[in-house]
Design a binder for this molecule. Structure first.
Ligand SMILES: *[C@@H]1O[C@H](CO)[C@@H](O)[C@H](O)[C@H]1NC(C)=O
Ligand SMILES: *[C@@H]1O[C@H](CO)[C@@H](O)[C@H](O)[C@H]1NC(C)=O
Ligand SMILES: *[C@@H]1O[C@H](CO)[C@@H](O)[C@H](O)[C@H]1NC(C)=O
Ligand SMILES: *[C@@H]1O[C@H](CO)[C@@H](O)[C@H](O)[C@H]1NC(C)=O
Ligand SMILES: *[C@@H]1O[C@H](CO)[C@@H](O)[C@H](O)[C@H]1NC(C)=O
Ligand SMILES: *[C@@H]1O[C@H](CO)[C@@H](O)[C@H](O)[C@H]1NC(C)=O
Length: 411
């Protein structure tokens, strides 16, 4: 079993150099009593920080933050100073949308007894014609362009004949916008395509966990006869052919929870980071092993267990850690790595894509490029099978991947 470099934690390597784990001081807890060692190391770090600042001046700040940045996505706001220092001087920073007092009981957002569905797709999941594989793309309300690109490309071939009477359905899951104009556009879009599920919650970045649990609610309620469910995002290219082959080659269709496994990830304590997780949200040192949220597949029996588990597991705003890590652990389910799932995409390599199941961070024009190239059977790749291991080494540009271990334990 292999572990991938971690997205939400700090234990990745940057351009081949191990920068982290950094000795992050613990977040101030509001409790003024720190032990003597804590005080000592605080003074030492303060001293060290001052010396480093004195010598390097402003150079230090960008260097530190580029190292902390989430894989170069560039959404980290510019710091005004070293954040570990400000964390000592200020109370623990609260997470936007999930402050200390916000309820994390999913029941109050999911309303398991109520019908929270605002928009339903056309008869996708009648009991007599349930799909073998249901792919639900979590999409933002205003991402109509992304949805159209997916409909025009990898989702367009998911009719029965193409997959040899294996039925595949692709649906989009959205929450509601606070802007009624956008909600009306979604209504029109669904009248045209009939492939949208809209659930009753505000579609915001910090509500992504609510979205994923709504997904489980909708599917277990409306599509219980499907065999497999895949959760993915609207910036993903899914090679449905390869996915079907991978699923068909499994001995049993139950007890499945597969994707790109991430092990030993540690919560990020820097409030400026996109994936900041305050101690009050998660107090353990490492996350349980989880699957990257860019694409994971489960059998429907697992979906039912995860949904039930979610209703009694306190919410964590990182949906993948929450669903495939915390809820899976509570339901005694083990997420399993499959080498076809990747979540990092640096350079398009069509021979690699030909053998992969997922590709990440694909914009709408790239979506068409990949689709057209993969459709064109003239592109021949070296007959030597492009092994999936090979793909990791090439495409995970920023990181170096831990060596594949022979046993099933994550290193
Ligand atoms: C959070 O709860 C505590 C105790 O219940 C209360 O004193 C505090 O004012 C609350 N904070 C906010 C921001 O509501
Ligand atoms: C839930 O509400 C939606 C939208 O009003 C409707 O289409 C759907 O049939 C309802 N589901 C159930 C199980 O009543
Ligand atoms: C479709 O099914 C037939 C007969 O089971 C098999 O020979 C063929 O290879 C299948 N095609 C695909 C694309 O899976
Ligand atoms: C609502 O969305 C529409 C369409 O994107 C936009 O033109 C309008 O300015 C938005 N209204 C508000 C209040 O944000
Ligand atoms: C979702 O996010 C919005 C805005 O951040 C917030 O107002 C709302 O309460 C959140 N939860 C739900 C269930 O919509
Ligand atoms: C595939 O290759 C053949 C022979 O090289 C060529 O005639 C044909 O136009 C090519 N097809 C496409 C779609 O490029």
């Amino acid at each position: 079993m292999e572990c991938r470099p971690d997205v939400h934690g700090v234990n990745f390597k940057w351009k081949g150099v191990l920068l982290l784990p950094m000795e992050l001081p613990p977040a101030a807890t509001g409790n003024p009593i720190h032990n003597a060692r804590g005080k000592m190391s605080f003074i030492r770090r303060l001293g060290l920080g001052c010396i480093v600042l004195a010598f390097l001046g402003l150079l230090y700040v960008p260097a530190y933050h580029s190292a902390q940045g989430p894989l170069g996505i560039g959404e980290v706001t510019s710091p005004s100073g070293p954040s570990w220092l400000s964390r000592y001087l200020e109370p623990v920073a609260e997470l936007h949308g999930w402050t200390f007092n916000t309820s994390r009981n999913l029941n109050s957002y999911i309303h398991p007894q109520d019908n929270t569905t605002v928009l339903s797709p056309d008869d996708s999941c009648t009991l007599s014609a349930s799909p073998y594989l249901l792919i639900v793309v979590c999409s933002a309300v205003d991402h109509q362009k992304q949805r159209i690109a997916i409909r025009d490309t990898w989702a367009s071939a998911t009719d029965m004949s193409f997959y040899n009477s294996t039925s595949v359905k692709v649906l989009f899951l959205l929450g509601q916008s606070e802007n009624e104009t956008l909600n009306n556009l979604v209504l029109e879009e669904n009248q045209e395509y009939g492939d949208i599920i809209q659930e009753r919650f505000i579609d915001a970045y910090n509500n992504l966990t609510i979205k994923s649990v709504m997904l489980l609610k909708w599917v277990t309620t409306n599509c219980p006869q499907a065999t497999y469910l895949m959760k993915t995002d609207d910036d993903m290219y899914i090679n449905v052919d390869n996915l079907i082959k991978a699923l068909k080659s499994r001995q049993r269709s139950s007890d499945t929870l597969i994707g790109s496994l991430i092990c030993n990830a540690r919560p990020i304590l820097d409030p400026k980071n996109k994936w900041y997780t305050p101690k009050y949200m998660f107090s353990e040192k490492t996350y349980p092993n989880y699957l990257s949220g860019t694409g994971y597949v489960m059998s429907l029996d697992v979906a039912v267990k995860l949904y039930e588990s979610a209703l009694s597991t306190p919410l964590l705003h990182l949906e993948d850690v929450y669903i495939t890590g915390l809820c899976a652990r509570r339901a005694k389910l083990r997420p399993v790595d499959h080498p076809g799932f990747s979540y990092a995409q640096r350079k398009l390599d069509f021979c690699v894509l030909k053998s992969a199941i997922t590709a990440h961070r694909v914009d709408t024009s790239t979506m068409h490029t990949i689709w057209n190239k993969l459709k064109n059977s003239n592109i021949t790749c070296q007959e030597k099978k492009v092994t999936v291991q090979h793909r990791h080494g090439r495409n995970f540009g920023y990181f170096s991947v831990k060596k594949r271990s022979t046993n099933n334990r994550c290193v």
